[in-house]
Structures are given as structure tokens and as C-alpha cells.
Design a protein around this ligand. Structure first.
Ligand code: HEC
Length: 107
């Protein structure tokens, strides 16, 4: 019983290290692709070719031509809102943003 708090602290520290490492890492494009497909794919073309299901939504492969990647990162962290009512507000965790941008960069 007396050892329990200690274990909790160790687990917490490991989680923290894991989180810090993953948010500093370059991001995993494969996870980013899953994210983009699952969250954004019903409107945006998320692959290397093809038109968006919703024509008003820009294909993701064009985003990096239109925006500096860092400004997208900021928007995704703070909540990305566009002037278009069809585009839902988007807000992602730092690790998810790294993955997402790694995928965008790979397109
Ligand atoms: C329900 C449809 C829909 C979904 C789901 C959606 N979008 Fe969009 N998105 C749009 C539309 C429509 C536009 C065009 C907005 C405009 O031109 O103002 C857009 C524009 C954008 C833009 C460009 C903003 C600009 O100012 O030109 C980005 C970046 C973007 N979306 C990211 C995302 C991301 C990331 C996701 C998933 C996490 C996502 N969108 C999910 C409909 C959607």
C-alpha cells in the first residue's frame, strides 16, 4: 500500500517524458494521414491527387503552397476558423499537429 503513490509518480513521469518526446519529434506522416482522412476527408481531398468531396474545400496538397507551415501549426493549436461556414472549427493536440504537418509536408 505504502508503495502505491511512488508507482503513480513514476508512471506520471514516464507519461510526461513520452509526451514531451512525441511533441518535439518531427511527426509521423502515416499517423497524420490517418488523422487527415478521418477528420477532414469528408470535405477535403487528403491524398496526393484527386478533387475534394466538397469542391469549396481546398485539397490538402495545395495548403503548403498557400500557407507557411508554421502558420498552419499555430492555427491548428489555437483553433482554426475560416470564413467559410461549412468549415468546422478545428483544434488539435501538439503531437497530432506534428503528425498532420509531417503528412502535409510529405504530399
Ligand atoms: C464539413 C467540411 C469540412 C471539414 C470536415 C473540414 N474542412 Fe477544412 N475547409 C472546408 C471548406 C469549405 C474550406 C474553404 C474555406 C474558405 O475558403 O473559406 C476549408 C478550408 C480549410 C483550410 C484553408 C483555410 C483558408 O483560409 O483558406 C484549411 C487549412 C483547412 N480547411 C483545414 C482543415 C482540417 C485540418 C480539417 C480536419 C481536421 C478540415 N479542414 C476539415 C470544409 C471542411
Amino acid at each position: 500500500m505504502a508503495r502505491r503513490p511512488m508507482r503513480t509518480i513514476v508512471a506520471g513521469a514516464l507519461l510526461f517524458v513520452g509526451f514531451t518526446a512525441s511533441s518535439l519529434a518531427a511527426g509521423d506522416p502515416a499517423r497524420g494521414r490517418e488523422l487527415a482522412t478521418a477528420l477532414c476527408g469528408r470535405c477535403h481531398a487528403t491524398g496526393p491527387a484527386g478533387a475534394s468531396p466538397l469542391p469549396a474545400a481546398p485539397p490538402f496538397r495545395t495548403l503548403k503552397e498557400r500557407y507557411p507551415i508554421e502558420s498552419l501549426a499555430e492555427g491548428l493549436a489555437e483553433g482554426l476558423v475560416t470564413g467559410h461556414p461549412a468549415m468546422p472549427e478545428v483544434q488539435l493536440e501538439p503531437a497530432a499537429i506534428a503528425d498532420f504537418l509531417a503528412y502535409l509536408g510529405s504530399l
